[in-house]
Design a protein around this ligand. Sequence first.
Ligand code: UDX
Length: 443
Amino acid sequence: ASAVNKAPASGGARRVLLFPLPFQGHINPMLQLAAVLHARGLRVTVFHSAFNAPEPARRPAGYRFVTVGASVPIADLIPTGSHGNFAEALLRINEPPACLVVDSNLRGMQVVAHRLGVPTLVLRTGAAACLLAYMAFPALCDKGVLPPQDHLQLNMQLDGLHPLQQQDMVFSATIPHETMSTLIERIVVSSMCSSGVIINTFSDLEDAELQKIIDGMGVPVYAIGPLHKISLGAQSSLLAQDRTCLDWLDKQEVGSVLFVSFGSLASMDQEELVETAWGLANSRMPFLWVIRPDSVQGSGKIGLPDGFEEEARDRGMVVSWAPQQEVLGHQAIGGFWTHNGWNSTLESISEGVPMICRPHFGDQMINARYVQEVWKIGFRLEGKMDRDNIQRSVKKLFCHDQGGEMRRRANNLKDKATRCIMKGGSSQTGIDLLVNCIMTLPS
Ligand code: UDX
C-alpha cells in the first residue's frame, strides 16, 4: 500500500513523477519522455538535484519541478545509502502519483519509491544493444572473459553479443572494473525490479536486441524512440545554444558540411585539439565544430593553433554549444564526427547523417561498433588522432564511394525512424502501451 498521499487527483488526470540522472545525455531523453506523456494528458513532476538543475527559462509550462538536495542522484552512483531528501519530497506530493519514471542508474531512488508504495518504470537512455550487453556482463565476468586479461584478447568476439568485442566492454580507462560492475549491476537490477523498461530506440533499428531483452528481462519493455522526434520542442539544454550557426549553415551547399561534436562530457588534450584543427582545415571541407568551454583537459583556455582561424575562416565555424538536433536536421549537413553518445547517435540516424566515430567511454564503444558493423552507416576513426588520419577520414566520408554507400543506408534508416513515429508505427504503439500501463498501475 502506498504511504504517499491517497487523496483523489483533481480533474482525474494521473500524475507521473520523473527523476533523471543529472547529466545532459540523461536529462534530454527524460524531459522528452515527459513531453510525450504530458501531450497524452498526464501531469508531470520532475525531480532534480541542484547540480545541473533544468534551466528555469527553459522549463515547460504546466510541469512541476522539485529540487531534491545538492547532489542526491550523484550520491546514488556511489553507494552511500542516503536518500532521505527524496523520501521527504515523495511524502510531500499532495496527490497520488501513478508512478515514478526513474533513470536506470538511480536504483537507490527506486528503492525509496517502492518502500513508499510508489510503482516505478525505468528509463534506459542508451541503446537496446547496450542494455543487452549489460545483462550479459556479470556472466562474462564470472566466466573470466571480462575484463580482458591481455591486449591480445581485446578484439575477440563476445559469444551471443555479435558483433561486440571484448574491448567494447572496457567502459573506462579510469574507473576500476569493480566500480563499473557495481554500476552495471545496478542498471540491470533497477530494470528487472521495475514495472517496465522504457528504451529510447525503435524496433526497426534494434529488433533482435529488443527481442532478447524482452525474453531475458521478465518485465514489459517499451521501445518508444527516437524521443526527440516525437516530443518536438522539448527544451532541456543546460547550456545556451548558439543559433547563429543555423544562419551560417543556410549559406552552405546541401550535404557539404561536417558537424563535429563530442557531447556534453568527452574531452581531449591540447595536442588532440591542435591535430583536430589541422585535420579539419586540411580536409578543405566545410565544418561546424563544437568546442565546449571544458572540452580541453587541464586548461581553462581553448588554444586553437596560430594560423588556423585564417586558414579555416571561409569554410569553418566554431561554436561553444549548438542546437544539435536542428543542426543535424539541416540540409547542409553531410556528415557527423561524433563520440557516439546514444543521443547523438540516434539524432544522427533520425536525420540520415553518416558518422565518423570516435567513442570515448561508457556505452559509446558499443554504439560505434553497431554504427560500423551492423547498420554500416559510419566508420571508426582508428588509431592516433593525428591530422593526416583525420583528413583521410573526412575525405572517405565525403568523397569516396564507401561514404556514399553509408549515406544511402543512413537515409534508409531515417525513413524507418520516420515511419515508426507515425500513427500506427511501432514507437507510437509502444507509447500507447506505455500510457495504458501508467493508467492502470495500482498506486
Ligand atoms: C552521456 C554519455 O556519454 C552517453 O554515451 C550516454 O549514452 C548518455 O549520457 P553525452 O556524452 O553528453 O551523454 O552524449 P549524448 O548522449 O550524445 O548526449 C548529448 C546531448 O547533448 C545530445 O542530445 C545533443 O543533442 C546535445 N548537444 C550536444 C547539444 O544540444 N549541443 C551540442 O553542441 C552538443
